[in-house]
Design a protein around this ligand. Structure first.
Ligand code: NAD
Length: 351
C-alpha cells in the first residue's frame, strides 16, 4: 500500500426525505438570524417555497445564479447581502447556485448552508470556480467549504431524467479520478468505489421512473460521496479536459463530463490497473471506460462532443489549451495523443 495523508474537511450533513424542513432549526443551531437565499431564475419559486420555512429568519433573496459563476453576478449578490444585512447565505440549487454562494462567502466571510438539488457535488468541496472577463479561474481554500449541507431527496424528484443522468455521471467522474489521484488514500478509495456502485445502479432506475424515491435517495447518497472525493483528492486529465472545454468553448458542464469520462479513462488505463479494477467491481465486472460509455448511451445521454455543438475545427486548439500548463496525470499528457483522444470523443467512437 502506498503511504498516504488523510485530511477530513469539517462539514455537517443532514440527509433524508423532507430534510430541508430542518433549515430553520439548522440556522438556530448555528446562531444565524438573517439569511440571504440564493437560486437560479429557474428555481426561484422552488427556493422561496423551501425558504418559507425560515419565517422571520429570511432577510432577502437573490435569484440570478448562472453557470460558471460570473463575477458581475457575484458583485450584485455581495451588494444584496449587505443591503439586507445578511448574516448567512442559503444556496438552494445545483453547482451554479452553490458556486454563487461560495463566491459571495469568499468575499464576505458569511457562513453558508447549502441545499443541493443536483448531483454535481460542489457543496462538499473547498473549491470555487469563477469567471472574470471570460477567464475561468479556480481557488481552493478551506474558507470556501459550506458549513452545513442539507440533502433533501424530495427536491431531486423534479430534476429531469436527462439532467439526472449527465449530473450523475459528472459526479461519478469525481470518484473515478479520486481512485487514481496522486494523493489518493484508502478511505477516499472506499467512498469512490461505493459511489460508482450506487450511482451506476440508480441512474437507470431514475430514467425508468423519475419519481422513484429509493433510486433518487441512492443517487443523492452517491453524489454526496462523489463530492467528498472531489473535495479530498486531486483531479487529473479528465477534469482538466472538461474545464478547458467548458471554460474556453462554453460546452455544458455535466454533459461534457459525461462524454469525456470514457475516453479519459481509456487514455489512462495502462497506468491505473487498480483503479480500473475497483471501477469494474463497482460496475458488475464490465470494463469501466466501456461501461460508462454504454451507460450514457443506453440512458439517452450525449456520447460525443459533436452532439454538444463542439466544432471539429476546435479540436487542435482545445488539445493545445489542455496540454499548455503541466499538471499531474498518471500517464504523461502529450499533445498528439490528447488530440487523438479529443477526436475520438468528438466522433463518439467505440472504445
Ligand atoms: P446547474 O446548477 O447549472 O443546474 C442546471 C439547471 O438545472 C439550472 O437551470 C437549475 O436551476 C436546474 N435545476 C437544478 N436542480 C433542479 C431540480 N431539482 N429540479 C429542476 N431543475 C433543477 O448545474 P450543475 O451541473 O449542478 O452545476 C454546474 C456548475 O457547478 C458548473 O459551473 C461547475 O463548474 C460547478 N461545479 C463546481 C464544483 C466545485 O467543487 N466548485 C463541483 C461541481 C460543479
Amino acid at each position: 500500500m502506498q503511504p498516504f495523508v488523510y485530511n477530513s474537511a469539517p462539514s455537517r450533513v443532514i440527509f433524508g426525505r423532507g430534510a430541508s424542513r430542518s433549515l430553520a432549526a439548522e440556522l438556530d443551531r448555528l446562531g444565524l438570524k438573517r439569511a440571504l437565499v440564493l437560486s437560479t431564475p429557474q428555481q426561484e419559486e422552488q427556493s422561496l417555497s423551501i425558504a418559507s420555512n425560515l419565517e422571520w429568519r429570511l432577510a432577502g433573496s437573490f435569484h440570478e445564479a448562472a453557470m460558471h459563476t460570473p463575477s458581475e453576478v457575484t458583485a450584485v449578490g455581495v451588494r444584496r447581502a449587505s443591503e439586507v444585512n445578511a448574516d448567512c447565505l442559503v444556496a438552494i440549487g445545483g453547482g451554479s447556485t452553490i458556486g454563487l454562494g461560495k463566491a459571495i462567502a469568499w468575499r464576505t466571510d458569511l457562513p453558508q448552508v447549502v441545499v443541493p438539488t443536483t448531483y454535481a457535488g460542489s457543496e462538499m468541496t473547498p473549491i470555487l470556480g469563477q469567471t472574470e472577463d471570460g477567464l475561468k479561474t479556480t481557488i481552493r481554500n478551506p474558507k470556501i467549504q459550506p458549513q452545513t449541507v442539507i440533502y433533501d431527496v424530495d427536491l431531486t424528484l423534479t430534476l429531469p431524467a436527462q439532467i439526472s443522468v449527465t449530473s450523475g455521471l459528472n459526479a461519478a467522474a469525481h470518484a473515478a479520478e479520486a481512485l487514481y489521484a496522486r494523493d489518493r488514500n484508502p478511505v477516499i478509495s472506499l467512498l469512490a468505489e461505493e459511489a460508482i456502485r450506487v450511482l451506476t445502479q440508480a441512474l437507470p432506475r431514475i430514467v425508468d421512473d423519475e419519481r422513484n424515491v429509493e433510486a433518487r435517495s441512492e443517487a443523492l447518497y452517491g453524489a454526496w460521496l462523489c463530492g467528498i472525493c472531489l473535495g479530498s483528492a486531486g483531479m487529473a486529465l479528465h477534469h482538466k479536459l472538461c474545464h478547458t472545454l467548458g471554460g474556453s468553448f462554453n460546452l455544458p458542464h455535466a454533459a461534457t463530463h459525461c462524454v469525456v469520462l470514457p475516453y479519459a479513462l481509456d487514455y489512462n488505463r495502462t497506468e491505473i490497473p487498480e483503479a480500473m479494477a475497483a471501477m469494474s467491481r463497482a460496475m458488475g465486472g464490465v470494463d469501466a471506460a466501456r461501461g460508462f460509455r454504454a451507460l450514457a448511451k443506453n440512458l439517452g445521454a450525449p456520447t460525443s462532443l459533436q452532439a454538444l455543438g463542439f466544432e471539429e475545427a476546435d479540436i487542435a486548439r482545445a488539445a493545445e489549451l489542455a496540454t499548455e500548463n503541466a499538471y499531474w496525470n498518471p500517464r504523461p499528457i502529450e499533445l498528439a495523443p490528447i488530440r487523438t483522444l479529443l477526436t475520438h470523443a468528438w466522433r463518439g467512437d467505440d472504445l
